[in-house]
Design a protein around this ligand. Structure first.
Ligand SMILES: *Cc1c(COP(=O)(O)O)cnc(C)c1O
Length: 363
């Protein structure tokens, strides 16, 4: 069979591993709260699934456009923001073109670039696991078509500052598409972090991605959105598989925006659970990078598989990136104790000079 060699060399997307009945699934950055009642009602009410959905998701785009102060043409909805990433990359980059992004970052990026036929240029994160925006800007060449910035960065949790991002945009040519992937924006509590929505209308080459999968808890319905200049979004629409955003997903998103107070309260609960857990793990001696998403990162390096096994043994399924680190999602309150107990064993496992150990531990 004659298949594209670069596709044959690409591993399929690896999903967070499922949890057994007695374990907590903290491997996919999912929201642990069940949907609010109004959301399920909207899904049920839109269940005329013998009909195609509204291909342009106009009603949802109207609500979103009104909120962000954009026109409906400056909002685009996709079947998850992964679909939007795929459309934007495909619209801008093909064979011979380069897509620049930090590494480690979202594990979907390399595959999407390869499928588009383009080439990935991965720029290593700094020692504190944050994006190195200077190095990313310096990696932009005549071949670059897209730059992806992920803030908070999945899986390391760090954010890009508003100031740093503005300076970065000044350095990137205005005809190179910059995608700011803000899948976890609602969890951010650091006041200096970038907020893509505040930059709308200021740059001809900036598209901001948001999703209903994480803070809004609609991961299973597959719906995300992009906002930015209409000509770029028109190109994404042209690269989209038509009709892939279902009507139940569109209606659930509209209902969720109407229940935002309740939903954002849950987000606040998860953000404080994150901060408390990070503080506890630091107290017992782990170096946890600044965490602004709904997850924590342990840069366990070569010990990552062993660290993942310890967590599993404590009833917690996490996402292990062998050789690099372990990402722990913030989930149910009842999962916290197991993570802390695992943390103590992880400190014992790691040699004293391991970068994932804190040198100064509070008494
Ligand atoms: C989860 C995630 C997404 C998108 O998820 P969808 O479910 O496709 O909306 C996008 N970017 C990052 C960095 C993510 O972690």
């Amino acid at each position: 069979m004659k298949l594209r060699p670069e596709i044959l060399a690409t591993p399929p997307y690896r999903q967070g591993r499922p949890a057994g009945p007695d374990a907590f699934k903290l491997s996919s950055n999912e929201n642990p709260f069940p949907p609010l009642p109004g959301v399920l009602e909207a899904v049920v009410a839109s269940a005329a699934v013998n009909r195609y959905p509204d291909a342009s998701a106009l009603a949802l785009r109207e609500v979103l456009a009104e909120r962000v102060g954009a026109s409906v043409d400056e909002v685009h909805v996709g079947a998850g923001s992964v679909a939007l990433l795929s459309q934007l990359i495909t619209a801008a980059a093909g064979p011979g073109d380069e897509v620049v992004y930090a590494w480690r970052s979202f594990e979907a990026y390399p595959g999407l670039v390869t499928v588009a036929g383009a080439t990935s240029v991965q720029v290593p994160n700094r020692a504190d696991h944050s994006h190195d925006l200077d190095a990313i800007a310096a990696a932009v060449t005549e071949r670059t078509r897209v730059v992806i910035v992920c803030s908070p960065n999945n899986p390391t949790g760090t954010v890009v500052s508003a100031e740093g991002f503005a300076a970065f945009l000044d350095r990137v040519p205005s005809d190179v598409l910059v995608i700011l992937d803000e899948a976890y924006a609602e969890f951010v509590t650091d006041g200096s972090a970038v907020n893509g929505l505040a930059l709308l209308g200021t740059r001809p080459n900036l598209v901001v991605l948001r999703t209903f999968s994480k803070a809004y808890g609609l991961a299973g319905l597959r719906i995300g959105w992009a906002t930015g200049p209409a000509p770029i979004l028109d190109a994404a629409r042209a690269a989209a598989i038509p009709l892939s955003v279902t009507e139940p997903a569109q209606q659930a998103a509209i209902a969720s925006l109407g229940l935002e107070t309740e939903l954002l309260e849950r987000v606040g609960t998860l953000a404080s659970r994150r901060d408390d857990l990070a503080a506890s793990l630091r107290d017992i001696g782990l170096a946890i990078p600044a965490a602004q998403g709904n997850f924590l990162w342990i840069a366990a390096g070569d010990e990552s598989t062993a660290v993942g096994e310890i967590l599993l043994d404590q009833g917690v399924v996490t996402r292990v990136f062998p050789g690099d680190g372990v990402r722990i999602s913030i989930g149910e309150a009842d999962a916290v104790d197991g993570v802390i107990e695992a943390g103590r064993r992880i400190v014992d496992l790691l040699p004293a000079d391991h970068p994932a150990r804190r040198t100064e531990v509070r008494a």
